[in-house]
Design a protein around this ligand. Sequence first.
Ligand code: ADP
Ligand code: MG
Ligand code: ZN
Length: 620
Amino acid sequence: MIVTLWMVLQSMTLAVPAMAQKPAENEPRCSPKNYTYTCLLQDIDRGKVTDIQIDRVQQTARVKLQNQNQPVEVPLFDQNPELIERARQNRISVDIQDSTDNSAVLGLLAHLLLFMLLLGGLLLIIRRSANAPGGPGQALNFGKSRARFQMEAKTGIMFDDVAGIEEAKEELQEVVTFLKKPEKFTAVGARIPKGVLLIGPPGTGKTLLAKAIAGEAGVPFFSISGSEFVEMFVGVGASRVRDLFKKAKENAPCIVFIDEIDAVGRQRGAGIGGGNDEREQTLNQLLTEMDGFEGNTGIIIIAATNRPDVLDTALLRPGRFDRQITVDLPNYRGRLGILEVHARNKRLADDVSLEAIARRTPGFAGADLSNLLNEAAILTARRRKEAITMLEIDDAIDRVTIGLTLTPLLDSKKKRLIAYHEVGHALLMTLLKNSDPLNKVTIIPRSGGVGGFAQQSFNEDMIDSGLYTRAWMTDRITIALGGRAAEEEVFGPAEVTAGASGDIKAVAEIAREMVTRYGMSELGLVALESSGNEVFLGRGLMPRQEYSEEVATQIDRQVREIAIHCFQEARRIIRENRPLVDCLVEVLLDQETIEGDEFRQIVEEYTGQKTTPVSTSAPT
Ligand code: ADP
Ligand code: MG
Ligand code: ZN
């Protein structure tokens, strides 16, 4: 309000006319430069004034004097009865003309506008803090936590919409029955489980599964993310938990879904950099709430995480999240099922085979597959086609796995070098006995610094079973080193590029696993590293070293030996097939992409021998 007052004052001062200055002693009185109100009155009396124009806005009078061309300006006061009176007496015409230059009014308006803006801004901030979740207002009204959870009365998702995770679905089928017919269980004295923990990598459908349970049972779905519990102020998370359970109890039977429970449910007092009071309080509140309601109130809590290893053990005790269900990456059948679910609302051309897509996408989670089909649909629309063809699927797979295509390089030494590098990989994929067949090789660059790539169609059975043979692994290392080997063979050791850094990292990883996990080296059959940490769980904070420095040195030596052996093998094959390599590079430079079949055909023509038969699982 001080602001208003100040502005009103200022606009008032602006509106007050500048006072006539007192003439200096030595200046002649009533010169045109120094013409005052008094001068004007005098001149009127003397009959010197011919015409007066009064401007009420600027509060001046323009006075025309006899024997003077230019009118003089005289500042006026608010009311000038004397002036009007005298002018009338002397028969001088008085004209009123308000100037358009109403700067005083403008000034007032400007201030008013500023004031309104300030007021509006203030109101906006207040409103936002009252409504927007996560808005800047959360600092203003902590304490009375507004519900940050979402409630869906009907999720509309059924088990049919979830594919590829059959075991998890089967186990959860039971939960649906708990919700629908609790009497069935309570009649025989069974305690209905309160909590189910879904464990699995991102995008495998944990959220979807939880929603499907609610959908199947026809109960409301409350959801909140663990990260939303952890707030700036101590106590907010805990009160949020209380609110959530209060609402859930009012709406029972229902599902309460807590996503990313690891954010709040980490082992207490074990965090690096000290505990987090707020998180501990939230977790304690969660445990209290879970213990507080009886098993048959009809609330089932489903939590999801991809880090079960960091969870507080108290969460996993009986009576809390005592059911743990793993939701893994889908295998071939699973991927096919997921693709079928997501292909339901898409128009596919006849040549599209979901089986082929499923075969080509090992390691894809459900979310990746759904994203893949969506990308393909977008490409189809962009190309103005009627239905998604295998072409769009192929492009979408590359787009999702490797990156966006960029414009091809102009013919240059760099392009030639990339071509040799990729042909090196591709030739080894084709010639090595235990390798999966080449799918395609290309030198069209991709976003993310990819100059080109040679791609295999993996043998699904081996990947799913995890039964990699030593020969297969050795060949993989040789293939990975094929790019560098070709560069060195053709351009000499001085010209090799940093482009193989990814290959070399992959080599180190496979070779290390061979030595430390699979006992495939001279160190013998020892498992030096536990395979307990599933890949998606991420490693612990500190790598556990279960062997001495001496053994570490031995491991390094073995790894290096494998790499050197494979590199020599790669160089030998490329050296012995040099004319073929040159020919393939010319074709690749010309076409920019060679499909696996064409590549194999060229190789067979040159060498006169059959290449690795394409396994039945390779896409056609
Ligand atoms: P998570 O919660 O495990 O990270 P989501 O449930 O959020 O994964 O999955 C994201 C999306 O991916 C889902 O909305 C769905 O479209 C798709 N999806 C993931 N897994 C599956 C699956 N098993 N079946 C069908 N669709 C799936
Ligand atoms: Mg999720
Ligand atoms: Zn490479």
